[in-house]
Ligand binder design. Structure first.
Ligand SMILES: [Zn+2]
Length: 322
């Protein structure tokens, strides 16, 4: 059984491993509630549920919502979406920063201004074992990030806390990595040095890279690859993304890849019209409508697609050994 926002689910079915329901800026919303990107929870929940229902019609049963603190996670709103749609939503815990920790954490813990215990791991474990906030919704996956700055001291504290929470709970780990600087490798090394089995880790945004040697190094290190930004053409084109997945399948790595878009149903940090103009394929249906047919055309088999969409997500989230 895997915990979802609506409760434990036995069979996740076809799963997109890195999406977002809502990206919110709570302090902006508190102080400037009349911004044009206006946050009406019921309206946004209905819009999001309609998009997810459409996704279900296109053969996808589950999304993993990797929105954590730093991206505006707000589980009561996600729970409302889960009530309105039949798509399973898996919640995450963790912290999203490319550099420093938010002062709440940065001013506490080892080596900080006031010292004392590090609360990060404690909070992550609580989200997984007891539930998030007062919702009772349990997180089923851990998220951490590093980007072009590399493994800064703030990022390293998050990775170490995520590793600690993983070892305490068994929840898998999914990262945001910077492929241009081959950043997945140092993530993999750090987590392994903390005692994490790299086979429980998805190196996210690996699909931003077309460097097969880099991707095969991550696979040799034992991790899964997140080919998870289909539709973000400015970082890597549709052509390059599908060619890379097809080439990796041909080399026998379908058992190590998962697919997704890294899309949002609603995100107050982007102007929706601008995003649509710049990334017309950046939406939840792109994989079903465009990517899978193109992969098939390039010789990727039904069995390999099944592995990437169904078997690998199930293995990662249920923790069953390969
Ligand atoms: Zn994301």
């Amino acid at each position: 059984m895997v915990e979802t926002v609506a409760g434990p689910v036995a069979d996740l079915g076809a799963t997109l491993m890195h999406e977002h329901v809502f990206g919110l800026s709570p302090e902006i919303l508190w102080n400037w509630p009349d911004i044009p990107e206006g946050w009406d929870p019921e309206l946004r929940a209905r819009e999001a549920a309609a998009r997810l229902d459409e996704l279900k019609e296109h053969g996808i049963d589950t999304i993993v919502d990797l929105t954590v603190v730093g991206l505006g996670r707000y589980i009561p709103a996600v729970r409302r979406v889960a009530e309105l749609t039949s798509v399973n939503i898996v919640a995450a815990t963790g912290l999203y920063t490319y550099d420093a920790l938010p002062p709440y954490f940065g001013n506490r813990g080892p080596g900080s201004l006031f010292g004392g215990p590090d609360r990060l791991a404690e909070f992550f474990v609580r989200d997984i074992t007891e539930g998030i906030g007062r919702t009772g919704v349990k997180a089923a996956i851990l998220k951490c990030a590093s980007d072009h700055l590399g493994m800064t001291p703030g990022c390293e504290r998050v990775f170490r806390a995520v590793a600690e929470a993983h070892l305490a709970t068994g929840a898998p780990i999914s990262t945001h990595s910077h492929s241009a600087s081959r950043g997945g490798l140092e993530q993999q090394r750090l987590l392994a040095s903390c005692g994490v089995d790299p086979g429980r880790v998805v190196i996210g945004h690996a699909g931003d890279s077309t460097d097969l040697a880099y991707l095969e190094e991550l696979v040799a290190g034992g991790s899964y690859l997140g080919m998870d930004r289909f539709g973000i053409g400015t970082i890597c084109s549709f052509e390059d993304r599908v060619a890379t997945v097809a080439a990796m399948c041909e080399r026998g790595h379908a058992g190590r890849m998962v697919l997704s878009h890294d899309s949002y149903c609603f995100n107050d940090r982007f102007d929706a019209d601008v995003v649509r103009a710049r990334h017309p394929d950046y939406h939840l249906l792109h994989i079903s409508r465009d990517v899978l047919p193109e992969l098939r055309r390039r010789g990727v088999t039904e069995e390999q697609i099944r592995q990437m969409l169904i078997d690998n997500p199930r293995t990662i989230l249920s923790g069953s050994p390969r």
